[in-house]
Design a protein around this ligand. Structure first.
Ligand code: GAL
Length: 685
């Protein structure tokens, strides 16, 4: 199952434009009375080595100043000018912010908060996604745009709306939710049973009694909360599909995307992704110029990129990032010199075929006037930021061979949105912060440090190509998933799970008959009896077989090793001497269980040992010093290794192999140095 190499073909975002796109959000609609600025933009675009502009994201009023009256003059000119200057465009649908006339005339398009108050006109990302009027108005403008630009040679992709997010609690959404529930459950009896509504006498006797969760109403029926979140994802996707259909009617071959926000908890991106041709993402990492902090930032960023690549198993677009700083963090620091190239090359290393920015030019007014941009208010190219963007663009131009290449990860981390929602909702353990993402990251960290390509998979993904699956805090496990995990181990896979595994099913109903659920007890060879939540300052010690002691914090699960081998035991409290970590041989594979949260040390050593056991190595053969990592992309024949130094000092690495530097052809072997913040792309000739 886990052996043998398969030939992979390249997968492109757009086969007609097989280059790294480099550009970003461009708002010529804000500069209509400044033609000199618009023509300067074209000169600067070439100077910045940009080949793409994303247009029209918030341009609805410019395009339709009055209901049914359209004016495409600014867009016509912008697209033509960009094309003449050698660029391409990603065209957005403008649904993320509506014209004032529209909100005034049709107040139902405005979202209702969970306390029942309808918002006023303003801001953005706040429309009702059920409103028929809004759907119709969006469909009309989208069709007009698609019809007009369908044959324009500059058009390479559609960008649906912007950062789809949030919830609407209006009567239309509530009614749609009830319809969704009727379809799902058929009878109220089934719904009541699944949601366990006899608790506190919350049984529904009429569909009309059901309302979305709200702090003014129901928050304790966890099945309701989970279904509401599923509904929000599906309804948002349905809205997005209305937009996609409007575009595809005219341009069936132009790929569509919408820009995601990393591990944004409000929407299950795996569900949404089924409607998209490719994935794109907005990432604004918190680079601080402090090596210790930035290495952690690099890991977070890498994990987000890996998720985006895994969602469709193909290259993605980094749709937005900042060339310098943002304007919405506690402290808004420009990226230090050199960090820009490093951070954007990191996206490419993890599978991005696009490096794009918010924003091309700083606006003069409103809330984003001080947000970083390629072109500053000064208006010319003589800025540090512009020079760094331009230098990076020069480099990206030479990476055509890398476009479309894929990553063959043998290690995967399981992250599931439903599990995240259920875990957050559980009133137990540390109710207000169970630190799922922190835990996921703690397992990702040693993979990154050891230069291991890693996929971030979901419960519906195939497990077959992986040798190691790490499943941190998988509290919610359906029977189907339990079987799938069992199958993975049986057939030779190595599975690593932690405390809280398999406590509830996909409806948040507790499993009866012992934990972890179902056959996972046999797979891990353990039984989890109870869990001790530790106070913030409280610690326990865990002793490993060789006598080493590591620290336990937050959670100590009290487990019994029925069949499993004990790898570590607790050193104090009433569960002193009981197992804290185990391994069980099952079928052809092994299942590891870590029953406590550690401070990092044990996680690191376990992951490292399991990589060895699973025979998973880095794409680079040498030791990786602190802050240096390696990730790969391959076309099936040639594998490109991206060696990146995230530290602020030079690092030396050693290799036994003979490498070639991709961009220069130079040979690299033995011991060599990587400059601070440098990315070297190498391959074996
Ligand atoms: C993104 C958004 C952009 C811009 C940017 C600022 O979330 O999509 O329109 O506001 O943030 O960092």
């Amino acid at each position: 199952m886990h052996s043998g190499r398969y030939i992979i073909l390249k997968k492109y975002i757009n086969e007609k434009f097989p280059h790294i796109t480099h550009g970003g959000d461009y708002n010529p609609d804000q500069w209509q009375d400044c033609p000199e600025i618009l023509s300067e933009d074209m000169r600067l675009m070439k100077l910045a080595n940009c080949n793409e502009m994303t247009l029209g994201i918030f341009a609805w009023t410019a395009l339709e100043p009055e209901e049914g009256k359209y004016d495409f003059s600014f867009m016509d000119k912008a697209i033509d000018d960009i094309y003449k200057a050698g660029g391409r465009v990603v065209l957005a649908t403008p649904s993320a912010a509506r014209p004032a006339w529209l909100a005034k005339k049709y107040p139902e398009v405005l979202r209702v908060r969970n306390d029942g108050v309808r918002i006023h006109f303003g801001e953005r990302h706040n429309h009702c996604y059920t409103s028929e009027v809004y759907r119709e108005k969006v469909r009309e403008i989208d069709r007009k745009i698609a019809e007009r630009y369908k044959d324009h040679p500059a058009l390479i992709a559609w960008h649906i709306s912007n950062e789809i997010s949030g919830e609407c609690f209006c009567p239309k959404c509530q009614a749609a939710f009830r319809e969704w529930l009727k379809k799902k459950y058929g009878t109220l009896e089934r719904l009541n049973k699944t949601w366990w509504t006899s608790f506190w006498s919350h049984t529904y006797t009429d569909w009309e009694q059901i309302e979305a969760p709200s702090p003014l109403g129901e928050t304790c029926t966890h099945g309701l909360t989970l279904d509401w979140k599923r509904f929000v994802t599906e309804q948002s996707t349905d809205f997005m599909n209305v937009e996609i259909a409007a575009l595809k009617e005219f341009t069936p071959d132009i790929p569509v995307t919408t820009n995601y926000m990393n591990f944004y908890e409000g929407l299950d991106y795996r569900v949404m992704s089924k409607s998209l041709d490719f994935i794109s993402n907005d990432l604004y990492s918190d680079w601080q110029g402090d090596e210790r902090v930035d290495i952690e930032v690099a890991k977070d960023a890498a994990m987000c990129h890996d998720l985006m690549r895994t969602l469709k198993g193909k290259p993605f677009m980094l749709m937005e990032s900042t060339p310098s700083m943002v304007n919405w963090k506690g402290v808004n620091k420009p990226k230090r010199p050199g960090v820009h190239e490093l951070s954007e090359m990191q996206a490419v290393a993890h599978g991005a075929d696009a490096v794009q920015y918010f924003q091309w030019r700083k606006s003069r007014g409103c809330s984003e006037k001080f947000h970083g941009a390629v072109v500053d208010h000064v208006g010319h190219e003589n800025t540090r930021v512009f020079r760094e963007v331009s230098r990076l663009g020069e480099r990206l131009k030479k990476l055509d061979d890398i476009v479309g290449t894929l990553t063959e990860a043998k290690a995967a981390i399981l992250y599931d949105w439903v599990n995240d929602w259920a875990l957050k909702d559980a009133r137990a353990f540390h109710p207000w912060d169970k630190k799922l993402m922190k835990t996921v990251k703690s397992f990702y960290s040693p993979l990154w440090e050891n230069g291991i390509d890693t996929d971030i998979i979901g419960v519906e993904d195939s497990f077959e190509k992986y040798r190691l699956i790490i499943a941190p805090m998988m509290y919610s496990i359906s029977e189907g998933l339990a079987e799938k995990l069992e199958g993975f181990v049986k057939q030779g896979g190595i599975l690593l799970a932690t405390y809280m595994t398999g406590m509830v099913d996909e409806n948040d109903l507790c499993y009866l008959g012992g934990l972890p659920c179902g056959r996972l007890k046999e797979v891990f060879g353990i039984w989890n009896e109870e869990i001790d939540s530790l106070f913030p300052e409280e610690k326990n010690r865990v002793l490993l077989k060789d006598g080493t002691a590591v620290t336990a914090v937050d959670y100590c699960e009290v487990i019994h090793a029925d069949k499993a081998e004990v790898l570590a035991t607790y050193d104090s409290d009433y569960y002193k001497g009981m197992p804290a970590a185990t391994v069980n041989k099952y079928g052809d594979g092994k299942a590891y269980y870590i029953a406590f949260r550690d401070t990092g040390e044990y996680t690191d050593m376990t992951v490292k040992a399991l990589l060895g056991e699973a025979g998973i190595c880095s794409g680079f053969d040498g030791e990786l010093p602190q802050g240096v990592t390696a990730h790969t992309r391959t076309d099936g024949e040639k594998t490109f290794v991206f060696l990146q130094n995230f530290s602020y000092s030079p690092k030396s690495v050693k290799t036994e192999k003979e490498w070639r530097v991709f961009e220069t052809g130079e040979k690299l072997t033995g011991e060599f140095e990587i400059e601070p913040l440098q990315t070297i792309i190498i391959y074996e000739p």
